[in-house]
Design a protein around this ligand. Structure first.
Ligand code: CAA
Length: 278
């Protein structure tokens, strides 16, 4: 089997990542089945339209089928799970997929931190299971982190790698560790930025200026945390802190307080920074 055998892609979860991944595959002419609750799908389609060039919209829309019934991914060669980062929620999805999908189907997860080996316990065939980790926003960010679990076959990795290239992404194959490579490195930076801020050494604007103009990052770390969502940042940091036992991932009090107050970053209009209503 090669990536060319994958003719249709199923995506479970139509939040920021799921809908962005659906958009990317449709832009590259793959039929996509996007599964979620009606209320989430109702938001996802207009959001995809907002970020699609008008001349490409008819094509993209015609290639994306939305449904609330997971059985609709039955004829998909690749199914990407992009639901909330809770083990129980993911477990339920994988259990359903195991009875729905063809034995030849590849199941991938877009988890940002949970080890593939841990999730592989819930799929029927762990050799056909791997991480396919897109970055936010999926349409723009070139990286796809391809995560090899303890039982992932070479063929599965090759198919995912080939598909990533077919949608003009740059794959990086990495081993199985909490947070993989992307989030172990990113949250080492973000955690340190939060601690510098907490210590009063520099303002958030100065910290962002240092990284933007000193290291050519498109966004400074504080701005990036707001962009990703502070609830998501807190969740990943707590997970990394617990699983790796390394204090550099310990969330700061300010981060915890902002999340408790519902100041989750750009999506709520306030996080570390305040944003004008869109
Ligand atoms: N959602 C979708 N697309 C978006 C977007 C969003 N929120 N914001 C911008 N874009 C798209 C625009 O539609 C535009 O696309 P086209 O070129 O096709 O028209 C493109 O991005 C550039 O848009 P702008 O000129 O308005 O914006 P910009 O030049 O300021 O770039 C950015 C915006 C791409 C977000 C840039 O600031 C950037 O690269 N930031 C860093 C993002 C990053 O580091 N992401 C990784 C997060 S970590 C992660 O995802 C891993 C994890 O597991 C948590």
């Amino acid at each position: 089997m090669t990536f060319r055998d994958i003719k249709k892609v199923g995506i479970i979860g139509a939040g920021t990542m799921g809908r962005g991944i659906a958009q990317v595959f449709a832009l590259f002419n793959y039929p996509v089945v996007l599964i979620d609750r009606e209320s989430v799908l109702g938001v996802a389609i207009p959001k995809i339209k907002e970020r699609t060039a008008p001349e490409l919209w008819d094509k993209v829309r015609s290639l994306i089928t939305t449904d609330t019934d997971m059985k609709r991914v039955r004829d998909c060669g690749l199914i990407i799970e992009a639901v909330y980062e809770e083990l129980d929620v993911k477990k339920e999805v994988f259990a359903s997929l195991s009875s729905i999908c063809a034995p030849t189907a590849i199941i991938a997860t877009n988890t940002s931190a949970i080890p593939i080996g841990e999730l592989a316990r819930f799929v029927k065939d762990p050799s056909r299971f791997a991480g396919m980790h897109f970055m936010n926003p999926p349409k723009v960010m070139k990286l796809v982190e391809v995560v090899r679990g303890p039982e992932t076959s070479d063929e599965t990795i090759e198919v995912i790698e080939g598909l990533a290239r077919a949608i003009e992404k740059v794959p990086a194959i990495v081993g199985d560790t909490p947070g993989f490579v992307s989030n172990r490195l990113l949250f080492a930076l973000l955690g340190e930025a939060f601690r510098v801020l907490e210590s009063g050494v520099a303002t958030k604007a100065s910290i962002d200026t240092v990284m933007k103009y000193g290291m050519n990052h498109p966004m400074g770390p504080i701005e990036l945390a707001d962009f990703m969502g502070l609830d998501i940042c807190l969740h990943i940091m707590e997970f990394l802190h617990k699983s790796l036992g390394d204090d550099k991932y310990r969330p700061t009090e300010e981060l915890k307080t902002l999340v408790k107050e519902g100041k989750l970053g750009r999506k709520t209009g306030e996080g570390f920074y305040r944003y004008a209503a869109r």
